[in-house]
Design a protein around this ligand. Structure first.
Ligand code: GUN
Length: 295
């Protein structure tokens, strides 16, 4: 068996076609969705992610502003900027790229963002709403994972999904999304983490296995059931002198080996990443519709 490769680019393109209609409708009412993106410092992964986000926002006709502060910017200065963006009606979405420098408390920063403009869905109010089954928006990475499954014909409904990783950005909110009592969710979900003894015992039971632990190629073929669907959320930079950049990106799974065992698998790069960016644009459009009461 050779696994189907689930292309994130193809799925993102479908999403953009749908969003284009919603953006055109907003524009016909004289409204342009606006997204402010803030970064502090020059973390290389953050620089790369933000470039991708800005490129797509511009291509989709979103009004976007990219604000970069130097590494030594004070927490106070950053909080003042967020307040300004909260009060600016041109922006319907605000994201502050993580990680932040050590002297800035990410909790304080996230909580300073107006929950209505929190298109990352990191604010505790929005996390709480998701957990009680009344989400405002869905966080981008786990929403991307869900959309990949749904749009590829692998609904998690009634399936056993095993998530490896309990981060606030991926593992935990994906759990909250997939256990929702609604069509297309309704999965039985196991969350494994660094405290899980005998990880393979659990991963082998997965109909759908999501690797989101941030550990290069940690999921090997012996840990996966024949015919499982594998979604790889990992983005790890590993040194590679043959690359111009000196590194290459690999996921949390042994992709090449799993091609012989899985029913379907997402590549890295080109899997979850592009769909995550599409979900950010989705959230910006949804937040805009909500704020101008056009939903
Ligand atoms: N850092 C890694 N992923 C993300 C994300 O989805 N949003 C933000 N703001 N920072 C990140």
């Amino acid at each position: 068996m050779v696994a189907q490769i689930l292309s994130g680019q193809k799925i993102a393109a479908q999403v953009y076609a749908e969003l284009k209609e919603r953006i055109d409708r907003l524009k016909s009412h004289g409204i342009v969705p606006g997204l402010a993106m803030v970064r502090v410092g020059e973390d290389p992964a953050s620089v790369s992610y933000m470039k991708q986000k800005e490129k797509i926002a511009q291509k989709m006709g979103i009004y976007s502003k990219f604000i970069v502060f130097p590494e030594d910017t004070s927490e106070e200065r950053l909080l003042a900027e967020i307040k300004k963006l909260n009060d600016d009606s041109k922006f319907h979405g605000i994201i502050v790229q993580l990680p932040l420098p050590r002297h800035i408390d990410p909790r304080k920063v996230i909580e300073a963002i107006d929950p209505q403009k929190d298109v990352d869905c990191f604010h505790p109010l929005n996390v709480g709403k998701l957990l009680i089954g009344e989400p405002y928006l869905l966080p981008c990475t786990p929403h991307g994972v869900w959309q990949i499954l749904l749009r590829s014909g692998y609904s998690p409904e009634g399936k056993h999904v095993v998530i490896c990783g309990r981060s606030n950005i991926s593992g935990k909110p994906l759990f909250a999304i997939l256990i929702q009592k609604k069509a297309g969710a309704n999965a039985t979900v196991t969350v494994c983490h660094t405290g899980t003894p005998n990880l393979a015992h659990f991963t082998r039971q997965a109909d759908i296995l999501v690797a989101a632990m941030g550990s290069p190629k940690a999921i090997t073929t012996d840990m996966v059931r024949e015919g499982a669907v594998v979604i790889d959320v990992g983005v790890n930079r590993v040194p590679d002198p043959t690359e111009k950049t000196g590194f290459r990106l690999v996921g949390d799974t042994d992709f090449e080996a799993l091609l012989e065992k899985a029913e379907a698998i997402t590549p890295v790069p080109g899997g979850v990443g592009p769909v995550t960016v599409a979900m950010l644009i989705w959230n910006t459009v949804t937040a805009c519709e909500h704020q101008v009461r056009l939903s």
